[in-house]
Write a new protein. Sequence first.
Length: 222
Amino acid sequence: MMIERTKYGPGCWKVVGTSGDSSCPQLPVRGHCRNCSEYAAAGRGLFDRDIPDDYQLQWTEVIARNKEREPTDFISVVVFRLRREWLALKTVYFQEIGENREVHSVPHRTNKIFRGLVNIGGELLLCVSAADVLGLGEEMGAQVDQSNYRRMAVIRHAGRRFVFAVEEVLGVYRFAPIDLQKTPATVSGAAVAFTKGIFNLEDKTIGVLDEEAFLSALSLTF
């Protein structure tokens, strides 16, 4: 059975059709405006329009522009503070960051860098002073109430687990390699040898640790 074309004109579906008040007499037969010849004709009309005079020029300019590539190789790091320095180490090396714990000294072994043993989840782990490995100078002393911030970071490297204390943990952040800048001379002393660059985070300059140099130095402590 051939259905007669509706007497309503272009755009009628917005007034008396499925997008309007549904009063079109053909609607019960057709079921939906997309089954109507008026709707189909309007769709074809979109493709039959004349191309604007400047259409080709506009798209030529768009295609010719330099494309800005979105960085896809973001680096995930944990940002923390050792004494006065804000540093970052790749997230993959961290197993746990917990509350400050008591460090038990080891007779004839405990020194400035090797601090002793720490009980983490029932396992005694070697505790080192990462700040002293990096040569970050003296403790901050009473300048900051460190008891409110100090945390213990548990990391894993070459099948071994270590613990080191940090003054404060800012959290996990991601940055693009393109944002990594050269390490300035203002980074504390020996720490320059353990960093591969810096990036800015809010109002802080974060030194990104060279994981191989830093973790190897921790391993050589024992």
